[in-house]
Design a protein around this ligand. Structure first.
Ligand code: ZN
Length: 542
């Protein structure tokens, strides 16, 4: 999910002044509970100090994962490092969850409530960038990098989990913690498989966390779109393109006609839909009629039902293209999918009370200088870093969408879920871009994640010690959210996880990126290892 869209959403929600509050009682109880329970209050004070004491750990995790810069389904170094760390800290780790080699579950504790903590771990192609540089300057040109900031979320969750685990052990508080990674979130390829594998079956609440440029949380539909990511493969017959073209059946022709057909179809679709495609395989060389070709579509709409309608239309367009070219529609393969997001009200309210308590990090002059310099470089308003916490975001009107999708949607329709956004990045960046990597191994990312970990730890304590928050969460989930709409996976029985994603790209870049992996045994920070000044500003043009 990108932060630009989140801001659009915030604007939209600001307009939704008439947002109804169906459960005012829940709001009072969630907030009131923290004040009413002196033991909880004492433990919260302790947790805040304990997170601060883990600031170095948070910085190390962020810097380490940043240096790996791995793309979806290829997060091997990242997962090896994170699971190793969790095992050292007493978690039991299961690897290869749901058939994805880089996926894992790390569990600790026993009994109820079961709290799951998730955050994405994958990077962005071509987003490799020197951290702390306020302009485009890669470490390894054209290599992948963390141009979304997914290198920071596990630091938030792990620090919070270790703090709360320590308190639970001493206080003998029952409960189970499950940490997990969002694998290949950029392709929306992981979470539906987690759901199908039963990862959330016994979970009471999921506290997801995602990098942002503010400390915020929302409830209800987020305005994200449901989506299928689907590959259409055509098969024809090869021939000499000049010597015997009449003997060839071009799979590429089918791909191009399908794209053209979809452009005509687009005119007659509802305006909220978003659909886009790339040609994945277009043949080898012009004098060989392509016997295979494939086109990769993202089809987005407001909900599962509308996406399926458009998916069916796309399949008909594909059949038509095959018919026109005497080729065959060989495979229709789902690569990824996402439900539209719906966040839980009771949990969001509890988290928001904690957000207000934690507040934004204390930025120093260097943090603001980097932020404003980058904002100028990107042509964005030079507002600097956020200094005020956001209001609790209410849902936008039903027909308003922000276009993008996030497969946390699937989780959110299976168990009460929220996404905490924490301020580890700079406002005004485009998202999915090298510019979004600049802050991600600097004090901005480190401080933002400390704030995020504090909120996460406090909300975990709320869930562990105030059963009413969990009960209210399920009441909202059952009687409001899923009253008329039930989850149904986009995945068919034969749709396995696309573990092949990014294999070739990472095989090419990994050897070139390896010399730049963060070495925690020799250096305190990644910036120190690289010898970069914080911040490094663009040299003035002479
Ligand atoms: Zn993301």
């Amino acid at each position: 999910m990108n932060r630009v869209s989140r801001r659009v959403r915030a604007m939209v929600t600001a307009l939704a002044v008439t947002a109804a509050l169906p459960f005012p009682v829940v709001a009072q109880s969630a907030k009131g509970a923290a004040k009413a329970d002196p033991r909880l209050e004492k433990l919260k004070v302790e947790a805040l100090a304990k997170v601060d004491a883990r600031a170095t750990l948070i910085q190390q995790i962020i810097d380490q994962v940043f240096s790996f810069g791995e793309l979806g389904m290829q997060e091997f170094e990242t997962s090896k490092y994170l699971t190793g760390l969790l095992e050292q800290n007493g978690f039991t780790v299961e690897r290869g969850t749901a058939g994805m080699p880089t996926a894992w579950l790390a569990k600790w504790g026993s009994g109820k409530p079961v709290i799951s903590l998730g955050s994405d771990i994958d990077g962005i192609p071509q987003a490799n960038q020197k951290p702390a540089f306020a302009y485009r300057d890669p470490i390894v040109a054209m290599a992948p990098g963390h141009g979304e900031g997914h290198n920071s979320g596990q630091a938030v969750n792990i620090a919070a989990a270790l703090v709360v685990k320590e308190i639970m052990e001493r206080e003998k508080i029952p409960g189970t913690l499950i940490l997990w990674p969002g694998v290949a979130e950029e392709q929306l390829a992981g979470k539906a498989h987690f759901v199908r594998a039963g990862v959330f079956k016994d979970v009471d609440v999921t506290l997801f966390t995602h990098v942002g440029d503010e400390l915020s949380v929302g409830w209800g539909r987020s305005g994200s779109q449901a989506m299928v990511s689907v590959l259409f493969k055509f098969r024809g017959q090869t021939a000499h393109s000049a010597g015997a073209p009449w003997r060839g059946k071009s799979a590429l022709d089918a791909v191009m006609l399908m794209a053209q057909g979809w452009e005509f179809k687009r005119e007659h679709l509802e305006t909220q839909q978003r659909s886009h495609y790339i040609i994945r395989d277009g043949g080898d060389q012009p004098n060989v009629v392509p016997q295979t070709a494939s086109i990769w579509f993202f089809l987005r709409e407001r909900d599962h039902e509308r996406v399926m309608r458009n998916f069916d239309a796309a399949k008909r367009v594909a059949q038509g293209a095959a018919m026109m070219t005497d080729t065959k529609l060989d495979t229709v393969q789902i690569i990824g999918s996402a439900w539209d997001i719906h966040f839980n009200k009771a949990v969001a309210e509890a988290a928001h009370a904690n957000i207000k308590r934690v507040g934004l990090p204390r930025w120093d002059d260097n943090d603001q200088l980097l932020a404003k310099s980058l904002q100028k470089e990107m042509g964005a308003p030079d507002s600097g870093l956020a200094t005020k916490v956001s209001d609790l975001a209410a849902p936008p009107p039903d027909n308003v969408v922000w276009g993008g999708s996030d497969d946390i949607g699937d989780v959110s329709w299976n168990v009460p879920t929220i996404t905490l956004s924490y301020p580890s990045n700079i406002p005004g960046t485009p998202g999915h871009n090298w510019a979004d990597a600049i802050a991600m191994a600097t004090p901005i990312a480190h401080k933002g994640a400390v704030a995020g970990a504090k909120v996460q730890a406090l909300t975990m304590l709320d869930l562990l010690l105030t059963p009413k928050v969990v009960a209210d969460a399920w009441d909202y989930f059952r009687t409001v959210q899923t009253k008329e709409k039930k989850y149904q996976s986009f995945l068919g029985p034969n749709d396995g996880p696309p573990t092949f994603l990014n294999e070739e790209i990472m095989a090419k870049w990994r050897p070139l990126m390896k010399p730049f992996y963060f070495d925690q045994t020799k250096y305190k920070t990644y910036l120190e290892q690289l010898g970069y000044k914080y911040p490094t500003l663009k040299p003035a043009v002479q």
